[in-house]
Design a protein around this ligand. Structure first.
Ligand SMILES: [Zn+2]
Ligand SMILES: [Zn+2]
Length: 324
């Protein structure tokens, strides 16, 4: 059986003529949307920079943690990546990846949101639960450790017996009436006995009754809430310097996000799939994948040793000497 192919007619070849006013409108609308998008991104960027600068200013002279100095380098220092195959050098901005850094926090949150979204798609009955407790005066690592222990006990309690899996994220706030800790839970469960939840959690935190609530999950707003990182940059920037310093010291090295049950088991597989999705960029010049990373000073020294013959000879001599 053979198919007959007809040549396209004159009218098929030319594009349907749109009225020029309509074309102009499309072009104009797209241009406006593009400008709005760019302005929004700029505003977000400016906002993050402003929060970071405020936090840095408040902690100057008060905080001496290495983490604080890394935070100060974030976005200001360059990292150099040298291709081990062809020697091509590319520059990147140093990122501190500290959980309270306004520049890095949103990226970390986004990665977490992707993992949770992938898991939530497999869950038919998600519930968003919020647990709160009374405010307290001083934020210390011990206080946070105690809170994490309570979360683990709660997860194993009878109130949670029907929950097959999920995750929990802890948020720290301070609205001038002391510190406040609350947790957002995303659970896979058909039904939660809320009076029992309140009693169980209350008992763990030494209260007769604790304020707990289940929030609506239909708007998928919960994905953002459970992906949040410990404290909002706007809050952090607004705190008094002493509070900010207390917070930075207390949260160092502590975890504020936990997965359990089905999400705990699904997490690594989902993360692997996400990573495979976004592989590290290859060398732009030769396509190789092996790199050496260094800071500005070390990269300059390497470069100098490569180009100056005397430098190279000295470098060689140093190596020979150290070899003896
Ligand atoms: Zn290369
Ligand atoms: Zn950072």
């Amino acid at each position: 059986m053979t198919a007959t192919i007809c040549p396209p007619s004159e009218s098929q070849l030319s594009l349907p003529a749109l009225p020029s006013a309509a074309i102009l409108k499309i072009v104009r609308d797209r241009a406006i949307a593009k400008t709005q998008r760019e302005r929004q991104q700029e505003e977000l960027l400016d906002e993050r920079e402003l929060y970071a600068a405020t936090i840095r200013h408040k902690l100057t002279g008060l905080c001496t943690l290495t983490q604080y100095f890394n935070f100060c380098r974030c976005g200001h220092e360059k990292i150099f990546r040298t291709c081990k195959c062809c020697g091509a050098v590319e520059q990147f901005e140093y990122q501190c990846s500290i959980k309270w850094c306004p520049r890095c926090q949103w990226k970390l949150g986004l990665a977490r949101e992707k993992v949770i979204t992938a898991w939530a798609e497999q869950v038919t009955q998600p519930k968003h639960l919020v647990l709160t407790q009374r405010n307290f005066k001083t934020l210390t690592p011990a206080k946070l450790r105690e809170h994490t222990r309570n979360l683990a006990k709660f997860r194993r309690s009878l109130a949670f017996r029907e929950v097959s899996g999920g995750c929990v994220t802890v948020e720290v706030t301070n609205e001038q009436h002391g510190w406040h800790l609350h947790s957002h839970w995303l659970c896979d469960v058909r039904f939660l006995d809320m009076p029992e939840v309140s009693r169980t959690w209350g008992k763990l935190v030494g209260q007769e009754f604790a304020i707990v609530k289940v929030k609506d999950v239909r708007q998928r707003e919960y994905l953002r809430e459970v992906s949040k990182y410990v404290a909002k940059p706007a809050d952090l920037a607004g705190w008094e310097a002493e509070h900010l310093n207390e917070f930075v010291h207390a949260v160092r090295g502590r975890r504020f996000f936990f997965t359990f049950g089905s999400l705990f088991h699904a997490g690594p597989a989902i993360r692997r799939a996400l990573r495979a999705d976004k592989a590290q960029a290859a060398c732009e010049s030769c396509g190789a994948w092996e790199f050496r990373y260094e800071n500005e000073l070390s990269a300059t020294l390497h470069e100098a040793a490569k180009h100056a013959p005397s430098g190279r000879a000295r470098f060689k001599r140093t190596l020979q000497l150290s070899g003896r």
